[in-house]
Design a protein around this ligand. Structure first.
Ligand code: NI
Length: 170
């Protein structure tokens, strides 16, 4: 296991649409382990493969609190098959947009289908923070970021800020 470098806004890779994971081989297993380690180290509660530069439909989530045992969930080829009409708002952040938080409104509950690392078909009915987190991470697989839900003014402002920061690091 190893931690990988997390891609930061405005890296164009964040806008790629990730391809389905074709085979659940050792490489995918290793990738999932690296993603979990990278997410725990950051620390964060969710990470999509594209955030470490791998355009595959794989994401990890762990909502366990600091003093709780780890509860990692690995989602392979996740797909939302139902959304509630009821919405909820959470202040969201993203490891690819560090230290920036804004409230986003999304469906309050979703049903997600995916495969686990053994290829077993799974389905979760999620609400609360898990529902938000699943939607946020699946958006990454489609090249979408939470700032896309903000006003153009706010979005342009944060992109500009991170573009300046990236230039400074060159
Ligand atoms: Ni994110």
């Amino acid at each position: 296991m190893a931690t990988r470098k997390i891609i930061i806004l405005p890296d164009a890779q964040l806008r790629l649409v990730s391809a389905p994971v074709a085979a659940l081989d050792k490489a995918v297993q290793a990738l999932a382990e690296d993603m979990l380690e990278t997410m725990y180290e950051a620390p964060g509660i969710g990470l999509a493969a594209i955030q470490i530069g791998v355009p595959q439909r794989l994401m990890v989530i762990d909502l366990a609190k600091k003093d709780e045992p780890k509860q990692p969930i690995v989602f392979i080829n996740p797909e939302i098959v139902a959304r509630s009409e009821e919405t909820s708002s959470y202040e969201e952040g993203c490891l690819s947009i560090p230290e920036y938080y804004e409230e986003v409104t999304r469906p309050a509950a979703v049903t997600v289908r995916f495969q686990d690392l053994k290829g077993k078909a799974e389905q979760i009915d999620a609400d609360g923070l898990l529902a938000t987190c699943i939607q946020h991470e699946i958006d990454h697989l489609d090249g979408k970021l939470f700032i896309d839900y903000l006003s153009k003014l706010k979005r342009d402002r944060v992109i500009k800020k991170f573009t300046k920061l990236a230039r400074r690091e060159d």
